[in-house]
Every structure is written in structure tokens, then in C-alpha cells.
Design a binder for this molecule. Sequence first.
Ligand code: SF4
Ligand code: SF4
Ligand code: FES
Length: 241
Amino acid sequence: MKINIKRYNPEKNDSQYIEKYDIKHDETILNSLIEVKTKYDNSLSFRCGCKTGVCGSCAIRVNGVERLSCKTHLNENDLIEPLNNSNLIKDLIVDLRHEEKFLKESKTFLNNLSNEKIFKEDEKLIDTQSNCILCQSCFSSCPVYEVNKEFLGPYTLTRALRYVNDKKEAKPKDIIESIQNDGIWDCTLCGNCTIVCPQFIDPKTDIMNLRMKSVQNGYEDKSMQAFGGFDPSGGFDPNGF
Ligand code: SF4
Ligand code: SF4
Ligand code: FES
């Protein structure tokens, strides 16, 4: 079986190039990468950890679509590439430091602990988003980074909803405040993030929920102010004629 891997070594190459390998393995892509590394070229670099879809470290793109390499079967002539929207370090390894930066900026953690009692129904409200494994597949698939590198991004915003909905957070409005700039209003609602999420999280819908909660808390899309913001007159100018 043939596998095509995008390679790049900053010490040797000016740009990425595609290397084709003939391998015996026809199971997961991760096992195929391990076969290439152990049998043909030990300089090949990629990330992996649990090998069971839990740690999120092995995310790559397969034929242009984000996947976990340990959970994806290899097909003939697949093209394996690193994630998008991050600085490339080597081969399939990208720099993940923006993850920490965006999570800090958006206060997506318990900031002020409340004394509320938690019941089963409350847990359900935060269950789905809590399953995020920070694989960054959604981040890689997001088109907003072509125009705004500071966009907080789908995994940060989905995590923000998790803490806004958490009864243990005493001041959810602080989190809502932190995601107004370069956040919920910059999303185009394209849905790419939802399609690629291996945990079946729906960041697009979570962002729509956060927009609704923002409006309920008195926030609005600042970009609409360029068009005059909300006009209670409905646009009628009594002096216009
Ligand atoms: S729905 Fe929004 S956050 Fe998700 S990929 Fe599209 S633009 Fe990015
Ligand atoms: S929301 Fe889904 S795709 Fe995005 S980082 Fe979390 S698990 Fe990965
Ligand atoms: S190696 Fe952990 S998710 Fe793939």
C-alpha cells in the first residue's frame, strides 16, 4: 500500500515536499507512520500518545480533512499532512502554544467558585463540551485564521460555553465578556469545526448559544456598529424628504 507524507525539516528544506512510501501495514494511519519511521526513515517526526483516541495528540490531515491518525484507517495513496493554522515545526508536528494563549485570554476555566449544589441535570449541561481532548482538529479546519490570527477559535469557545453553563462558576458573565473581541462574533458559522470533531462536539452550535447568551447579557456584535448598530427607528429618517 502507498502512503504520501508531507515532509519538512527546517534545517534542510526551504519548503514542504511530498515523500511516497510503500508500506505493508494497512491498518491505522498511526501504525503506518510508525512502520515508515521504524523501517524506512527514522527521521520522520509525528506526535502520538494513547493510540486509542483519548489524548488528542495525533491529529493530522488526511486528504485535506482533520483526523486522529490512531483512529483512521489508511486507504491507498492517502496524503498525510500536518494540521493547518499553526506554525510548522517539523514534518507532521506543529507548534501548539497558541492553545494555552487562547484558553488564558478567554478565561475558559473556573474563575469564581460558587457554593451551588450540583445535580445530575446540571452535569448534563456541561457533559458534551467536557469531552474535548484538545486535538485542535477544529482549530485547523477554521477559515477565520486566514483573516484573523487572533481569533479565539472553536475549541476555546466551546470550552467557554462549558464554563458559562457550569453552576460552580459564580460569575459566568466574566467569561462572556472575555469572548467578545476576536471571539464569538468573528465566527462565520461555516460548521467545519463540527464536521471534523472526533468527540462529536458541535462548536458551531455552542458559538450560536454563546451569541444568544451574550445578547441576553447586553452585548452585541461590534462590527454591526459600522452599519449604525441597532436602530430602534427601523431606518426611518423623518428629515430625509
Ligand atoms: S463554525 Fe466558526 S469556529 Fe467553526 S470552523 Fe467555521 S468559522 Fe471556525
Ligand atoms: S472541540 Fe473537538 S475537534 Fe476541537 S479540540 Fe476539542 S475534541 Fe478536538
Ligand atoms: S494517539 Fe492519543 S488520540 Fe491518537
